[in-house]
Design a protein around this ligand. Structure first.
Ligand SMILES: N[C@@H](CCC(=O)N[C@@H](CS)C(=O)NCC(=O)O)C(=O)O
Length: 199
């Protein structure tokens, strides 16, 4: 399989972490690409009309895109056990959506303040995105603390990749100060070999 890839993407990282956890990194060849909404650059627009990564070319059908679709496909292929049976599944998928939403808001802030031409940037809009991140981090601490202490699942992986992206692109915000319980979990989770290998 071919995985369209950029090392700083939190969504690509979800896929890579799953592959590392499953011991299956040798099943994909990485295709480095880059691009933004302003300039798709080398993004695989012929494979994913949205011009986004990750996208996965596979032998048994058309290219898959969106990290949630790809991780679900790889789980089916590799039997990773990262999706528990219902009803626990609903909490896992909601946590995954929360992690992805944090990463998405953080990415949109990055595009707004570093990709959009300077004259049309809106710091207020970027602050609105950060408020989403901050609320979501509080919600994770309120609702998912015991879930985070449980067996590894795709929700934890999505959250970890989102927190890693906050550290990479928004370190100055120091999210850890307002969310100490989550910060403590993150210290341990970031040390997992699959996370360290994809940092
Ligand atoms: N919901 C998508 C989001 C993917 C996404 O936004 N990827 C970014 C890289 S981190 C991208 O391809 N951006 C290019 C663009 O938006 O044009 C997923 O989970 O795969």
């Amino acid at each position: 399989m071919k995985l369209y890839h950029a090392p700083a993407s939190p969504f690509v990282r979800k896929v890579m972490v799953l592959l590392h956890e499953a011991g299956a990194t040798d099943r994909v060849t990485l295709v480095p690409v880059s691009g933004t909404p302003l300039d798709p650059g080398t993004m695989p627009v012929d494979r994913n009309p949205l011009g986004k990564i990750p996208a996965l070319e596979r032998p048994d059908g058309p290219t898959l895109y969106d990290s949630r679709v790809i991780t679900r496909y790889l789980d089916d292929l590799l039997q990773t056990g990262l999706y528990p049976p219902a009803p626990h599944l609903w909490e896992t998928l909601t946590l995954e959506a929360t992690g992805d939403g944090i990463a998405e808001a953080a990415l949109l802030m990055r595009y707004e303040m570093h990709v959009r031409p300077e004259a049309s940037r809106s710091p207020e809009w970027a602050e609105g995105q950060w408020r989403k991140v901050d609320r979501a981090l509080s919600a994770v601490e309120d609702r998912w603390t015991s879930h985070l202490a449980g067996p590894l699942d795709i929700g934890q992986i999505a959250l970890g990749c989102a927190l890693g992206y906050l550290d990479l692109r928004h370190a100055g915000r120091n999210w850890q100060a307002a969310h100490p319980a989550l910060a403590a979990w993150w210290t341990g989770f970031a040390a997992r070999p699959a996370m360290a290998a994809t940092a």
